[in-house]
Every structure is written in structure tokens, then in C-alpha cells.
Write a protein that binds this ligand. Structure first.
Ligand code: SIN
Ligand code: MN
Length: 200
């Protein structure tokens, strides 16, 4: 395991070993069984290229009314609880007593990407955001606290964990592309990213 800092973003390479990744995947399969992946629309009316669902008190949601957190899955059911393995990562890396309210689960299939954005739908930016990568590598781009300017990129691999906290909490970030099929964790390929956030 190595810790890198890229523009105040903490990147813990190889934080989860293969056994921990497999165990996490089993827990996530159960979440997705109860709260199936869906493809939200952006406020501009285009469907997102990632499919997503959530665990926790809140789930992240988007449609033409905007980005927001919702208390229920679009099917009307409650979001499943955040798996303990995920809470353990949050605890180890942040040392916080306060638990995250939301674990957003993004699935990147072939060709999926995520444009540069800030995570700013939460009430209090003093809480960090923790993000876990599983499956195929994804090219993660980090910019600045305001739109524009130079950016830097790094490949995130299965088991890597990123912390956006302090001065990095509001940096622009996104995923340009994934190497579909290059990982060995997901039998049908693709990348999973979990983001843990305190919402209110
Ligand atoms: C996100 O910013 O919501 C996802 C980041 C990632 O997929 O690594
Ligand atoms: Mn984000």
C-alpha cells in the first residue's frame, strides 16, 4: 500500500487486497439485488453513462429537476444499509465517529465516463468524501477548486481508495475513461466506484 497526494487529494493505492475486494463485491451484490442499478438523467436531459444505486439513509439522484439526495430508491423502496466493510474503510481513513449517510455506487460499463464536477450537494463541506475503486482501471482527473485551469490524471485501480477532504473537498474531478475488461475482479468487466458522504 502506498499513499500518494495529488493536489491535496489523498490516494491510497492498493488499500484493499484481493480478498477484501472480493468480500466487498459480495456485499455490493446484495445491495444491488435490493436496490437495482438505474441510469439517471442529467438536469440537461441526457442520460448519464454510468448506472448507479445507493446504500444508506440517502441516495444520490438526478433528473431534470436537478441533482439531489433522495430518501428512497426510484422504485419506492428504502436504500439498503451501508455494508460494514465500507463503513470500516471510512473509519480507518477518516478516524471520524460520524458515519457517512450515503454510499453511492456507480457502475461504469464499456464507454462510460464522468465529466469534471464538484461534489457539492451536501450540507457541510467540512466532512470528507471517501471513494473506493473496484474492477477495471479508471483514469481519474483532478482539477482545481474552481472550474478551468490545469488538471492532472492518475489511473485508479481495483482496491485504491481516494479521500477528498480539507482543501481537496471541493476540487473538480471526473473519470475520462476506463480500460474496459482489463481488470480481473468483475467477470463481465466494468468498474465500480463507491463514494461515501455525510449528507446533512
Ligand atoms: C464520482 O466522482 O462520483 C466518481 C469518481 C470515480 O468514479 O472515481
Ligand atoms: Mn464526485
Amino acid at each position: 500500500m502506498t499513499k500518494l497526494i495529488l493536489r491535496d487529494v489523498e490516494i491510497h493505492k492498493g488499500f484493499l487486497d484481493r480478498a477484501a475486494q472480493t468480500d466487498m463485491l459480495t456485499a455490493l451484490r446484495s445491495v444491488v439485488r435490493d436496490a437495482p442499478l438505474f441510469r439517471p438523467d442529467t438536469p440537461y436531459g441526457k442520460p448519464m453513462s454510468v448506472r448507479m444505486t445507493s446504500a444508506g439513509r440517502y441516495g444520490w439522484f438526478s433528473d431534470k429537476r436537478g441533482y439531489r439526495y433522495a430518501g428512497r430508491h426510484p422504485s419506492g423502496c428504502a436504500w439498503p444499509p451501508v455494508p460494514q466493510q465500507v463503513l470500516d474503510i471510512w473509519g480507518k481513513l477518516t478516524g471520524l465517529q460520524r458515519q457517512p449517510d450515503c454510499c453511492l455506487i456507480n457502475y461504469y460499463g464499456e464507454g462510460a465516463r464522468m465529466g469534471l464536477h464538484q461534489d457539492r450537494d451536501e450540507a457541510d463541506f467540512t466532512w470528507p468524501v471517501v471513494s473506493v475503486s473496484l474492477g477495471d482501471p479508471g483514469l481519474f482527473r483532478v482539477g482545481n477548486q474552481t472550474r478551468g485551469g490545469k488538471t492532472e490524471s492518475i489511473w485508479l485501480e481495483s482496491g485504491d481508495v481516494v479521500v477528498l477532504g480539507g482543501p481537496a473537498r471541493l476540487v473538480y474531478h471526473g473519470v475520462d475513461r476506463i480500460k474496459f475488461g482489463a481488470g480481473t475482479l468483475l467477470p463481465r468487466g466494468g468498474r465500480i466506484n463507491l463514494t461515501l458522504r455525510v449528507v446533512d
